[in-house]
Design a protein around this ligand. Structure first.
Ligand code: GRF
Length: 197
């Protein structure tokens, strides 16, 4: 069975990265992790990835004069590792059309809301302010508009009385950890089918 070379892009703690790395230990999983990249050298997820035996590199956006030159450096690292598919997992940089086009149909993201509701930041506070009875998370293909690409999968959780943004975030995060490995597998199977046709 073919397995795609996977890169995971992070900026912080990397709990979604961890859920993806665990899923890929199954032989039948359609991707194998090859590289973890962070735009922050002190992202805790980098050490977690190394502990998992995965190469983990920091490409600090601060060392580049433009967004494109930063992305070209990431792109070179991705090409050097023969990456087939990218999973953004808490990667906190907006990507330029140049990078998005290069990876179109091969890059996915997880977002902590039921898109199209609440793209952008502070999703949980906004859901609570709106009085929503349900929240959740979305995995989607990355397109040029932030959090706008076609949806691959969603998971729903209830909003409970007395929830704060933090308690709701913790409930949604558990759902993210279940959803992302399944949605990445679905995306990889689509990419593999497309390559074969
Ligand atoms: C997650 O809530 C993800 O949906 C959002 O950023 C957070 C990253 O958390 N894009 P982690 O680094 O995966 O723990």
């Amino acid at each position: 069975m073919s397995r795609l070379n996977l890169a995971i892009l992070i900026s912080g703690r990397g709990s979604n990265m961890d859920s993806l790395l665990r899923a890929t230990t199954e032989d039948a999983y359609p991707a194998k992790p090859v590289l973890v990249l962070s735009n922050k050298a002190d992202a805790p997820g980098l050490d977690a990835a190394r502990a998992f035996g995965i190469e983990a590199l920091a490409v600090s956006h601060k060392q580049y004069e433009s967004r494109e030159s930063f992305e070209r450096a990431m792109h070179e690292a991705l090409e050097a590792h023969k990456i087939d598919v990218i999973a953004l997992a808490g990667f906190m940089r907006v990507l330029t059309p140049w990078f998005v086009k290069r990876w179109s149909g091969r890059m996915i993201n997880i977002h902590p809301s039921l898109l199209p509701a609440y793209p952008g930041l502070n999703t949980h506070a906004r859901a609570l302010e709106a009085g929503d009875s349900e929240a959740g998370c979305t995995v989607h293909w990355v397109s040029e508009g932030v959090d706008e690409g076609d949806i691959i999968g969603q998971a729903r959780v209830p909003v409970k009385a007395g929830d704060t943004p933090d308690t709701l975030a913790a409930r949604v995060l558990k759902a993210e950890h279940r959803l992302y490995p399944e949605a990445l597998a679905d995306a990889c199977r689509l990419i593999i089918a497309r390559q074969a046709s």
